[in-house]
Design a protein around this ligand. Structure first.
Ligand code: PXL
Length: 280
């Protein structure tokens, strides 16, 4: 059985980070181990006054214990990280459990920004540290805002395929051989993802009809499915397709309830379909 470790916060209410990664990756038939980096009462995207318990000190302690137990993971997947120090400790975790000898995939979702802006509490110093972490990953999964921050270029709401390809090539130049851009749209009709396999100089994409609504946590759904698909050995093209299709399934399911479900998608009824995608 394949085994993933995912490192990100647990937002107790709000359906993102670990409360998405655990059910989604488990549904794909993969054992999902976790390092929770913080406990928040809610995510920070639209709530106010959330609690935040920092678990940074647990990261090196868990790493040390797991080293003593000689554990192995088929993939390491990181999401929302709350501080520069946490990013550095995650880099140490890559030293301990990632790399060529371990033959596993490192997947970094630089979850820190959207719609042209950094999330609450993030700074350009954090971006610089995240850039270094991305350079160590086999796959990174930024949206266009995160890509702009990583590349230190202005965020653009409108662009064409040539621009998206150029962004991906520049992301690969940062050190990650296979960057995947999410939320890609060249018009208001279609939206999807575009991946660049720099080793083979090929692009892989999947698009679906655009659905006009903003629901929190869809980036985490995409990244979790993508992690599961890569861990299962799916080709990059198929991994991108499954990730886009399942994310759009979740958005479609949520759309009729979008007023009250802005904080997280109705992904649970879609999990059966995800299992089908994996087996198709
Ligand atoms: O969905 C990414 C995410 C994860 N965790 C927390 C967040 C966010 C986005 O805002 O606030 C705590």
């Amino acid at each position: 059985m394949k085994k993933v470790v995912t490192i990100q916060d647990i937002s107790c209410y709000g359906k993102c980070s670990l409360t998405v990664a655990l059910p989604v990756i488990s549904a794909m038939g993969i054992e999902t181990c976790v390092i929770p980096t913080a406990v928040l009462s809610t995510h920070t995207g639209g709530f106010t006054g959330w609690t935040f318990r920092d678990l940074t000190d647990d990261i090196p302690a868990i790493t040390k214990h797991w080293l003593s137990q000689k554990l192995h993971f088929d993939a390491i997947y990181t999401g929302y990280l709350g501080s520069i120090h946490q990013v550095q400790l995650v880099s140490d975790f890559f030293d301990a459990f990632g790399g060529k000898e371990q033959r596993n995939a490192i997947i970094v979702d630089p979850a820190m920004a959207d719609f042209g802006r950094l999330y609450a509490g993030f700074t350009l110093d954090f971006v610089a540290e995240m850039r270094k972490l991305c350079a160590r990953a086999d796959y990174i999964i930024p949206n266009m805002t995160e890509a702009a921050f990583l590349l230190d270029i202005p965020y653009r709401e409108q662009y064409d395929r040539a621009f998206a390809e150029d962004v991906l090539r520049r992301l690969a130049d940062l050190g990650c051989p296979t960057p995947v851009l999410t939320g890609v749209h060249y018009d208001n009709l279609r939206q999807g993802a575009l991946a660049f396999d720099s080793a083979n100089n090929t692009f892989h994409e999947a698009f679906q009809d655009q659905i006009d609504c903003m629901i929190h946590g869809t980036g985490d759904i995409f990244a979790s499915v993508f992690t599961g698909a890569i861990t299962l050995g799916k080709p990059l093209q198929r991994a991108v397709e499954i990730s886009v299709n399942f994310t759009v399934d979740c958005i479609r399911k949520t759309y009729p309830h979008r007023e009250e479900m802005w904080y997280g998608s109705c992904f649970e009824p879609c999990l059966g379909r995800l299992i089908q995608y994996v087996n198709e």
